[in-house]
Ligand binder design. Structure first.
Ligand SMILES: C=C(O[C@H]1C=CC=C(C(=O)O)[C@@H]1O)C(=O)O
Ligand SMILES: [Mg+2]
Length: 465
């Protein structure tokens, strides 16, 4: 295999973004030598920027990185979008030629992407390139699973006649990858100014919503706000990702680029994971700050475990997730009481909900029925969504929405994309929300959302503590 092929060759992609109907998928998976996922993400950056994704699971066991896109999947603006993406995916997979000798979830052809929080929300320009559902079938994908590394290559073509050529190209890619030196910057991002949009008005609106919560059938509304940042230079997404990986080791680290934008963050909240017939969801709601003093930190945690307001915020999530998963499960396991989940900046009430699914349960249908949980929407769901639409006065886009992956064998994992922000050129918008219930104190909720901006802010600034 020669190495003379210039990197520029990889810029010429066999990309087919329309449903031409005649192309089918050819997918090959190999084991490769160890490769840091960030090196893979930055490989030949100029050719792939705008069409990359990054994923690290919260337990660090699974990393999935895609560069280049072989096929894009869009869904319409309704709740049919979950089924639409599923159908397009199944059609493609049913006709595909797949060589993957490894029984590892997340290897072989895989769809990565997300859905917007609310297809009916007013649309703002920062989310233009994401729409209401956007999924990528990557061209080159690295899966790192328990210290083993797999490369999957996906091509859309009309017949297997070019298989030899495609495999040659794949070997060239692996050779070049081995010699690739990371070029991403290690300089913190210089934040020139920041603006917590409509902060005072937000506190007033929170007061109004809490009043409605006390006087009407509304039980909970998750209300969010945003912060706009301006940088001296363009922010490097790989720099921010590396910081998030180092600073938030127990969270999911994710990034999804679309054209010039990159949506990324460190979410502690899994929506659903499906491996074979095992399903796991995470109820995460109810929050308290952290203290560097261990005794004080335990005191805060113990207070949270007993606090009525936070327990109510949490309990609504557990019962909704239980009801949403029940139809898919033959068996379920839900602990009686929440425990604490601690991240560096904040601690939460946490209840894992697990189960054994009936055959043919699709992860896309489960995501549809789970979204939005009352950790991001509210109770009753439709009434809460109406309040969010009318009073939040912003487009959440993919913030607080399902984002993740599904492989061709039906395994997958989706998070709710919180503790996140969207980067574009020299700007970023960060998002943070909080669960309002009767008794919520507006100023406390302002502080809580302030803490929830911190993971992204500290990653941008390159702060260790
Ligand atoms: C909506 C967010 O957090 C949710 C997840 C955990 C705890 C929450 C809370 O205590 O309010 C929120 O429901 C966010 O981080 O933007
Ligand atoms: Mg809260």
């Amino acid at each position: 295999m020669t190495k003379s092929l210039s990197q520029a060759n990889f810029a010429i992609e066999t990309e087919h973004t329309s449903n031409e109907g005649i192309d089918k998928l050819f997918s090959y998976t190999f084991k490769i030598d160890s490769r840091h996922p960030i090196d893979f993400f930055t490989y030949n950056q100029p050719a792939f920027t705008g069409r990359r994704f990054f994923w690290k699971s919260s337990d660090q066991s699974s990393w999935i990185v895609g560069i280049g896109v072989s096929h894009v999947f869009y869904g319409k603006n309704t709740n049919e979008r979950f089924s639409e993406i599923q159908e397009q995916w199944e059609t493609l997979i049913n006709d595909a030629e797949i060589e993957n000798p490894y029984e590892i979830p997340g290897t072989g052809p895989l769809l990565f992407g997300g859905f917007s929080f609310d297809p009916e929300s007013k649309k703002e320009k920062e989310w233009q390139s994401y729409g209401n559902s956007l999924f990528y079938l990557p061209k080159y994908m690295l899966t790192a699973n328990d210290e083993q590394y797999y490369l999957t290559i996906n091509f859309m073509d009309q017949s297997a006649s070019s298989k030899g050529m495609l495999l040659d190209e794949a070997f060239q890619f692996v050779n070049q990858l081995e010699n690739w030196k990371v070029t991403s910057s290690d300089t913190p991002i210089n934040i020139k100014d920041s603006d917590e949009i409509g902060k005072d008005e937000w506190v007033h609106t929170v007061k109004d919503i809490v009043k409605d919560l006390t006087e009407t059938d509304l039980q909970k509304v998750v209300f969010a706000r945003k912060m706009k940042l301006r940088f001296a230079d363009q922010a490097s997404s790989s720099y921010v990702l590396q910081q998030l990986i180092d600073q938030q080791p127990t969270s999911f680290i994710f990034a999804m680029e679309a054209e010039e934008s990159c949506f990324l963050g460190a979410s502690p909240e899994r929506l659903v994971k499906k491996t074979g017939d095992h399903v796991l969801s995470t109820c995460l709601a109810g929050s308290m700050g952290r203290s560097k003093n261990v005794d004080k930190d335990n005191e805060l945690g113990n207070f949270l475990l007993k606090d009525k307001k936070n327990l109510f915020e949490h309990e609504l999530v557990v019962s909704m997730i239980e009801n949403a998963l029940k139809p898919y499960c033959v068996e379920m396991n839900i602990p009686e009481k929440p425990i604490l989940m601690k991240t560096p900046d904040i601690q939460h009430l946490y209840t894992p909900v697990s189960g054994k699914t009936k055959p043919e349960s699709s992860i896309f249908q489960i995501v549809k029925d789970l979204h939005p949980t009352p950790a991001l929407g509210g109770v009753p769901t439709n009434a809460a969504m109406k309040v969010i639409r009318e009073k939040e006065n912003m487009d959440r886009g993919f913030y607080a929405a399902p984002l993740g992956w599904a492989d061709y064998r039906g395994n997958g994992e989706f998070i709710v994309a919180i503790r996140s922000g969207i980067l574009k050129e020299k700007e970023a918008v960060l998002f943070a929300g909080c669960g309002l219930v009767p008794g919520s104190v507006p100023k406390d909720e302002l502080v809580e959302t302030g803490i929830k901006f911190l993971p992204m802010l500290r990653a941008l600034r390159g702060e260790k503590e």
